[in-house]
Design a protein around this ligand. Structure first.
Ligand SMILES: [Mn+2]
Length: 473
């Protein structure tokens, strides 16, 4: 069974009876006759595997059985001469398991016929496609029997929460594609470690690594590559990649291949001189320790929130050891001093999107890991070169309370209050050890939760100091 057939079958089991409306992606133009490379909308792809733009899908569900109707671009010799092959309606039926396929021009006229007898409509009514195609049409498609088009009996149900729950649990066919994306990504990182030398520019390393991705079958990148030398390693989403690499600096690379629409997500940090300086090694090994602990936590029943707390604790101990913070471990955590050096989450879901579908909470509680979920684990320590002296506030703060207060008071009042509290708080001035300034280290792997132990899909990317130096020196 194809991946999308499995997805439709699972969706049908939840919906039981009703109709699902889905719209594919459209081409977006860059300038004049030039457009951005097309990539299908991930939800549309998940349920259809249809790769072309300007398509619509109606999935009719009766007694928990799905029936796929696809509206697609027509075959057209003239257009295909300019823009490339099209699959067409026949291809949609023969190769994409549609029970019937239509021209995408027929969507408006066919939808009312297809929806006959259906009132329960599952759609994304927050999307611009819903406004563009469905909002008006549903009035006539599911009419109120007295006044025709003026009213609609359609009962709209939100579709995205259902899809995002399904996308959280990867089945075997999806894991195969993810593993392949991860394998290709590992090859690129290894080649980048061997290739990067002082005097090169960041973009040259990026080009070399991305060539390896594409050469090995990746269709595109999972996200824009971050190739950040020296001070740039402290910029979380650095991606201009225009600067020269210098001896005695680290190079942080956060980059990955996409394969079969699934994205990997890997970060490695290594020394440009070939060997870690003792300052670089000190930070590196602390992050590595936290990362290994985080990976161990990806087991059924545990939560990302627990792993994040554990990571904060581990990194706070590290910050004390590295003399980056003025007080002890408890204060570093309770006064959020760690946040100067570790200011992002510990991981996120991974799949069709690099930051994949799926909420972190379920019924108001942190979501527990289940077998088949895939998450990144990516702690980091970033010692910004712009902050050689930091004034740490002596004020206990708690993220959950801050979030709760922002909800009850509203963002504007709450943040004003936060600012005031910080301004009124006593501070302690702390000098950052000079040799640590400008070093940013992040280590990131992709972890599959199973009923046995966590499976690291990217474990072949060298990670220990010895493994890395064997490639770089
Ligand atoms: Mn990531």
């Amino acid at each position: 069974m194809s991946n999308s057939t499995i997805a439709r079958t699972e969706l049908a089991k939840i919906i039981k009876n009703g109709a699902v409306l889905l719209h594919g992606g459209e081409i977006s133009y860059r300038n004049n006759d030039t457009w951005y490379p097309f990539r299908q909308n991930s939800n549309f792809y998940y349920l259809t595997e249809w790769p072309e733009p300007d398509a619509h899908a109606v999935i009719l569900i009766k007694d928990s059985k799905p029936e796929l109707h696809l509206f697609v671009l027509d075959r057209n010799e003239e257009m295909e001469t300019w823009d490339g092959k099209r699959i067409g309606q026949q291809g949609a039926v023969e190769n994409f398991n549609a029970v019937k396929a239509y021209s995408n021009y027929e969507y408006n006229s066919m939808l009312p016929k297809l929806l006959e007898g259906n009132k329960d409509i599952y759609c994304d009514y927050s999307s611009s496609s819903f406004e563009k195609y469905d909002r008006k049409l549903l009035s006539t498609a599911v009419p109120y029997d007295q006044r025709g088009g003026e009213f609609s009996q359609a009962i709209l149900h939100p579709l995205l929460p259902l899809i995002s729950e399904l996308r959280l649990i990867k089945h075997e066919g999806e894991i195969e594609l993810l593993q392949k994306a991860c394998d290709i990504t590992v090859l690129g990182h290894i080649e980048a470690m061997k290739f990067a030398k002082p005097g090169m520019h960041e973009y040259q390393v990026a080009a070399h690594m991305e060539k390896v991705f594409i050469e090995n079958g990746a269709e595109r990148l999972g996200y824009p590559s971050i190739v950040a030398g020296g001070n740039n390693s402290c910029i979380l989403h650095y991606s201009t990649n225009r600067e020269m690499l210098n001896e005695n600096e680290v190079l942080l690379i956060d980059a990955a291949a996409e394969y079969g629409m699934y994205s990997s997500d890997v970060t490695r940090t290594f020394p440009l001189s070939g060997r870690f300086s003792s300052a670089q090694k000190d930070i590196y090994n602390e992050v590595l320790k936290a990362q290994n602990e985080g990976i161990e936590g990806v087991v059924p029943g545990n939560t990302m929130k627990n792993i994040h707390h554990q990571t904060i604790k581990s990194l706070s101990e590290s910050l004390v050891n590295l003399k980056l913070v003025p007080l002890g471990v408890d204060e570093t955590i309770s006064m959020l001093h760690f946040f100067e050096f570790f200011m992002h989450g510990t991981g996120h879901w991974l799949g069709l999107d690099v930051h994949d579908a799926g909420s972190n909470e379920l019924n108001g509680k942190p979501r527990e890991f289940l077998s088949g979920m895939v998450t990144t684990i990516e702690p980091g320590i970033y010692v910004r070169p712009t902050k050689p002296v930091i004034e740490f506030p002596l004020l206990e703060r708690d993220f959950d309370e801050i979030r709760e207060r922002r909800k009850t008071l509203g963002m504007e009042k709450a943040t004003a209050l936060e600012k005031e509290e910080l301004q009124n708080a006593k501070t302690i001035k702390h000098e950052i050890p000079k040799e640590l300034l400008g070093i940013g280290v992040r280590i990131e792997d992709d972890i599959l939760c199973t009923t046995n132990s966590p499976v690291n899909l990217t474990e072949k990317a060298p990670k220990s100091v010895d493994e890395i130096e064997a490639l770089t020196s």
